[in-house]
Design a protein around this ligand. Sequence first.
Ligand code: UDP
Length: 239
Amino acid sequence: MTPSTNYKRILLKLSGEALAGPSGYNIDPIVLEQYSREIKQVVDMGVQVAIVIGGGNIFRGVSGERSGIDRVQGDYMGMLATVINAMAIQSSLEKQGLYTRVMSAIKMEQVCEPYVRRRAVRHLEKGRVVIFGAGTGNPYFTTDSTAALRAIEIEADAVLKGTKVDGVYTADPMKDKTATRYTTITFEDVYEKKLSVMDLTAFTLCQENNLPIIVFNMNETGSLLRLVQGEDVGTLITT
Ligand code: UDP
């Protein structure tokens, strides 16, 4: 029997750094394969999966400033970095036997499709995993904002932010041993307590559009599957 889920369509946000594994740079083939296996499990349940992946393992706009690269130029470089990660995930998912499409916010026809909302939705309806590359296509944004924006556009049930931590804590669990994880918390409380979930642009976009965010540990084997099956995994942020 196929296990049940309340999710029809999810947007999974993965940071570029997570893809890098312990080194923090480049793409770790072991992490890549592990993520693809996890994603396949939920696709096999019939959940429609869209992915936004960061680029921090390759390039970040702000860090470019230190090396003498103009901020806007750096941001475009960061967006291109996300396409490299998107292509890596695509390849890895295909090895798992999944059907996929990379859709880029910056046109690069020889490499992937341009982002067109209706086409993205159609791909998802056909069971293809859609990976959104090149962020929003605009400098001064992040891939968290991209995740929020695309999730709203495709009417995803939630943004699932896969991180290295188990969820949102009352304090930094690395520094404070008494810190406990929130199972659920409201947008307002996150804001008032100044807890870090996403950058404010992304966060506000989710709040204003009633889009739940779930922060969970993507590095814990099986956590994505358990989450979509409704188990107490990570922290749910809602209105
Ligand atoms: N970026 C951008 N506009 C966007 C999305 C991303 O300019 O809409 C650039 C920005 O420079 C950012 C980089 O791409 O630093 C990589 O994205 P991000 O830092 O969000 O990646 P992550 O931290 O998730 O690895």
